[in-house]
Structure formats: C-alpha cells, structure tokens
Design a protein around this ligand. Structure first.
Ligand code: CO
Length: 208
C-alpha cells in the first residue's frame, strides 16, 4: 500500500457512494447527529466503523493508546463533553481489545519514558483489582482479564464526569463496556452492572 493507492481508493469510494445515492455527500455535509460515542484503542486492527458495521455519521470516535478515559486528559474530556452535551449521543461505548499492546506494556516492569504517565492509568487498574488478577495463574488469562477490567474502570471514569451524570439523569444515556476479540473478530459485551457501580461511587463522585 502506498500513498497513491490511498487517493485511488478515495476516488473509487466516492464513485461507489454516488452510485448508490447521488446526494450522499450533499446529505453528509448538512450535519451530524451520531447515536454513539465510541472510545477505543488506537491499534490499527481495531477500527470502530468496520467492526460495528456502521457508516459515516453514526459514531463520534475517540481513539488513544489502550482506550483510556483519563479525567485530566483535555482531549478525551473535550470529545466526551461535545458528544454528550451538544451532539446528545444516546450511547457511550468504551471498547478494549485482547492483545492490546498498551495493556501488555503496563504489565512489564520497564521504564517506557513518555509512555510512563499514560500507562500508569492501567497500572492503577491493576492495583484496584490486584487480588482478582493475582489469583489468575495463567499469564495470558490474566492479561485478558486486565483488558476487560481496564474497560470497566474507564467506564467508571465516564460515570465520574458531570456531563455523563447529568445525561443519565435527564435522558437515560447508557454506558457500555465492550471488548473486541482479535482472534475471532467477535465483539463482546462485558455487561457491566453500572447501576450498582454508580450507587457505590455516587457518595464520593456525585457532581450533579
Ligand atoms: Co490496544
């Protein structure tokens, strides 16, 4: 794949879209009202639209290393507030994936320079769930479980924000924790019990 291929592909894509609907781009340019905010990993193998089978206009997307929702990351907080308060998405998804390099790196005792503070967030997830994780003998299974628990804790970080708390109360927005299984292509709903988590953390994190 070279850069010229990209532009050729773009021409083909335009022709394909217009052959189905001559007004496709006219409609697309009118505005967006996506139903989903998707927060996923930057990993090149895990693309939001492809794995969900959705089209341009259906998901507002934020991707970073290991799909983190860090409350002092201005980037993710901007995306979140815009999606929830202005675009009024109905669903927020945090989608992790097995074989996540970021999660793997956070399991190594190594100095990774500028990556240290970012990966620290995943080490914090490990610390919170240390008992459960250390009880898993198989390293691969422990790694998979950390991927899942990382998704769960990033969802909890969403619930700690005023924007999400307000949107849950006022219009019943829902938060979802998913994992993409890179071995099979399957999207797994972790079915996290947010109601009980929210009840648990509200006493401390209630802003709204
Ligand atoms: Co990843």
């Amino acid at each position: 794949m070279n850069v010229a291929d990209v532009f050729n592909n773009n021409e083909k894509w335009i022709a394909e879209k217009l052959s189905i609907d001559p007004n496709y781009f006219t409609e697309l340019s009118k505005g967006q009202s996506p139903e989903f905010l998707y927060i996923g990993c930057s990993d090149s193998r895990v693309t939001a639209e492809d794995l969900m089978g959705i089209q341009p206009g259906q998901a507002f997307v934020h991707r970073n290393v290991a799909n983190l929702v860090n409350n002092v990351d201005l980037n993710v907080m901007t995306v979140l507030n815009y999606a929830v308060r202005h675009l009024k998405v109905s669903h927020i998804v945090v989608c992790g994936h097995y074989n996540c390099g970021g999660v793997k790196a956070a399991m190594q005792p190594a100095d990774m320079g500028i990556l240290n503070p970012w990966l620290r967030n995943i080490r914090d997830v490990y610390r919170i769930h240390k008992e459960e994780l250390n009880a898993i003998e198989d390293e691969g299974a422990r790694y998979n479980r950390l991927v899942e628990l990382n998704v769960q804790e990033q969802c909890v970080n969403l619930l700690k924000t005023a924007a999400v708390q307000q949107a849950i109360t006022e219009r019943g927005i829902t938060v979802h924790g998913w994992v993409f299984d890179i071995h099979t292509g399957k999207l797994i709903d972790l079915k996290i019990d947010f109601e009980s988590i929210l009840k648990d953390i509200k006493e401390i994190y209630n802003l709204y």
